[in-house]
Design a protein. Sequence first.
Length: 51
Amino acid sequence: MNGLAVLIPIALGLGMFGLVAFFWALKRGQFEDLDGAAARILIDEDEDSAA
């Protein structure tokens, strides 16, 4: 039972840390351009080195 008294606050603290990190990333605009990253992989950047 003493283990639960330690593990539950640790789990709640880690969950709160993850939630704060998510909202921090949301505020900084990390999730603004999701389609741009998907289209960027299709752009061929090797045109200069092929010539």
